[in-house]
Structures are given as structure tokens and as C-alpha cells.
Design a protein around this ligand. Structure first.
Ligand SMILES: *[C@@H]1O[C@H](CO)[C@@H](O)[C@H](O)[C@H]1NC(C)=O
Length: 143
């Protein structure tokens, strides 16, 4: 079954703070499509550690928790095996982000780095076309 992979970003509380980035998978292309969101959220201890989270059956462009939807980019069309790889790389990526923050300092690495690691892994495995990572890296990061 063909699915669509999106990068979705949200309004930050100040112009200088990083936007929350999440990856979303839908089976339809329109704005109100139901999506499964893959993302990482702070573990609540304030130590720069994140937990992976999956949120199912929510609208692609809706408010997310208390965060206001800001924009999205269609990353590409994917099939079930690419989705499986995405879930696998997502687990590795959260470990990389957390260990980076343990060694280098709180919040040095965040949800944007997590998404970028996953997209890079998928592109390196030829599961996304060349140039996808470059497009993702140009998406809005602050404010
Ligand atoms: C899924 O998509 C990938 C990347 O385009 C491709 O290499 C693979 O053959 C596809 N798998 C199936 C089962 O269609």
C-alpha cells in the first residue's frame, strides 16, 4: 500500500526557540488526512533526554498537543517496507540524540536532529530518493 511521508513543524513559543518537528505517515494526500505521527518528546526530567512516541489517527495539519501547526513538506511516497525501516531507524536515532546530549550538553541535539538522522538513514539505504535529506534540512527550524 502506498503511503505518504511528511515532515510537519509547529510554532515555537519564541522566535529564537527551535520548532518541534515530527514525521507523519498518511494514506491520503489532503490536509485533513488522518496521520500516524512519529516523534520524540522530552522525558520530563529536564536532562535533555527524549522518548520516542507514536500518535495515531490525528489530523495531519491539526494542533498537536498544545502546539500550533505551522507547516509541512511531503518527504515522499513510501511502501510498508520503508515504513518498517523508518520505525527501526527511529529507535536508533533517539539513542543517538540522547547519548549526544549526555556527552555534549542539554538540548544540543533535538527532535530536528532525530528526524534528520532518520531521513539520512533512509536515503543512504536508497529507500528515499537522493536529495530528500537536502530538502528536509532546508525546512524552518526556529520560531
Ligand atoms: C519499497 O520501496 C523501496 C524504495 O523505493 C523499494 O526499494 C522496494 O523494492 C519497495 N518494496 C516493495 C515491496 O514494493
Amino acid at each position: 500500500m502506498v503511503a505518504y511521508l511528511w515532515l510537519v513543524w509547529y510554532q515555537a513559543c519564541t522566535k529564537a526557540s527551535p520548532k518541534h518537528w515530527a514525521l507523519a505517515v498518511t494514506y491520503e494526500l489532503h490536509e485533513r488526512a488522518y496521520a500516524t505521527f512519529y516523534e520524540i518528546v522530552g522525558d520530563g526530567t529536564g536532562m535533555g533526554q527524549f522518548l520516542p512516541t507514536v500518535v495515531r489517527r490525528v489530523h495531519l495539519t491539526g494542533t498537536h498537543g498544545h502546539q500550533l501547526y505551522d507547516g509541512k513538506m511531503l518527504v515522499g511516497e513510501i511502501n510498508d517496507s520503508v515504513l518498517g525501516a523508518l520505525e527501526m531507524y527511529g529507535e536508533t536515532a533517539v539513542e543517538l540524540v540522547n547519548s549526544h546530549n549526555r556527552k555534549r550538553g542539554l538540548g544540543e541535539s533535538n527532535c530536528q536532529d532525530w528526524a534528520i538522522i532518520i531521513i539520512r538513514s533512509l536515503e543512504d539505504s536508497l529507500l528515499l530518493p537522493r536529495g530528500t535529506l537536502a530538502k528536509v534540512e532546508r525546512c524552518p527550524r526556529f520560531g
